[in-house]
Design a protein around this ligand. Structure first.
Ligand code: UT7
Length: 332
């Protein structure tokens, strides 16, 4: 890698996405747990979500990156770094990013996974931007999660919420500092660990007959508590990043929030002063896809030609850890 002494910004130069074909609608959940389409829609905003039937998260990530390569007309050998943000890696090691690197033939890339749950993509984007600023030319940041593997389909509190997806962006340097990633606020607070956790399956509590019997290898969420922290955390950092850059909600063309609950998204938009028409939403179609929600919103909007050069975007997320954050960028 050549060290680049010039001042550059990292900017998103392309997007890609992958959605598995199988659709689980709310009617399906009415048949397997005590729930209703009406409860799910009014409490969360979710109508449908996708499920990957074969293979691990690397399938979601590889397909998303292949779409990105096609959309950006990139030869995989040009890629310098691949970051896969995920909490559902294929294996504890090797990393899912190494599997993707091999699948796509990115012979010159180094690759690593990043774990920050629903904030993973924002943490990955900031990490990728730093790598671009330090001289890397093409950094691929992927958000991909196969939540269907760690969701308990007997627990109505969580099973209706999550879905599977992968999405990716390309980060490259720009010398025009009006564009690209301008600012980020990223936060962690591990004291929230017990409220949103997969208790078994890691080194603290390896999978055993007992953990299987007690269903400890699945997502556990104390919804009401997480909701409270999510609203104050996500809205707080989104407002802070707008204010500290001397902007108002009127200057922001699109709020791109993590898609966990429509009510959290509405509260965030209201706090920042952005009308819902300028908020990217796909929770109704895909549910909470963890690290994939934000790049999926970007990829869908980009594909539909809804992102215009010079528009300011605020990305915001909250998730397990706790982790949360916001990123301000200008689309190029
Ligand atoms: O992405 C990572 C960060 N995660 C989040 O941001 C999620 C934050 N939390 C939430 O989005 C919401 O708390 C949930 C959508 C998870 C739950 O909504 P809520 O309005 O907070 O409901 P609740 O957990 O307080 O439950 C209210 C009632 C309970 O029944 P009782 O105890 O009042 O009789 C639940 O058992 O709703 C019940 N309930 C359900 N009823 C029908 C919970 N899940 C369901 C369900 N169908 N699927």
């Amino acid at each position: 890698m050549e060290t680049n002494n010039k001042t550059v910004n990292a900017t998103i130069t392309g997007t890609g996405m992958y959605l598995p074909e199988k659709v689980l609608d709310n009617k399906y959940f009415e048949q397997i747990v005590d729930t209703s389409d009406e409860w799910i829609m009014t409490r969360t905003g979710i109508k449908e979500r996708r499920m990957l039937e074969e293979g691990g998260t690397s399938v979601l990530a590889t397909n998303a990156v292949n779409d990105l390569l096609k959309n950006t007309n990139t030869n995989p050998e040009e890629i310098d770094v691949i970051i896969v943000c995920t909490i559902t890696p294929d294996y504890s090691f090797p990393s899912t990013s190494c599997l993707v690197q091999n699948n796509i033939g990115a012979k010159n890339a180094w690759a690593f996974d990043l774990s920050a749950a629903c904030s993973g993509f924002l943490f990955g984007l900031q990490t990728g931007a730093s790598l671009v600023k330090s001289g890397h030319k093409k950094v691929v940041v992927v958000g991909a999660d196969k939540m269907s593997d760690i969701v308990d389909y007997t627990d109505r509190n969580t099973c209706v919420l999550f879905g599977d997806a992968g999405a990716a962006v390309m980060l490259e340097p720009t010398e025009d500092l009006e564009y690209g990633i301008h600012d980020s606020i990223l936060k962690s607070d591990g004291s929230g660990k017990d409220y949103l956790i997969r208790k078994a399956g890691g080194s603290a509590l390896p999978t055993s007959v007992e953990t299987l019997e007690q269903r400890l290898g699945f997502v556990h969420q104390e919804g009401k508590t997480v909701y409270k922290y999510a609203v104050s955390g996500m809205a707080g950092v989104a407002l802070e990043i707008v204010e500290r850059n001397k902007l108002t909600g009127d200057d922001i063309a699109h709020l791109v929030p993590h898609q966990a609950n429509i009510r959290i998204i509405e509260a965030t938009a209201k706090r920042v002063g952005i009308p819902m028409e300028r908020v990217m939403l796909n929770i109704q179609n895909y549910g909470n896809t963890t690290a994939a929600t934000i790049p999926l919103c970007l990829a869908e909007a980009n594909k539909a030609g809804k992102l215009k050069k010079g528009e300011k975007l605020v990305l915001a997320a909250f998730g397990g850890g706790f982790t949360w954050g916001s990123i301000l960028l200008t689309w190029s």
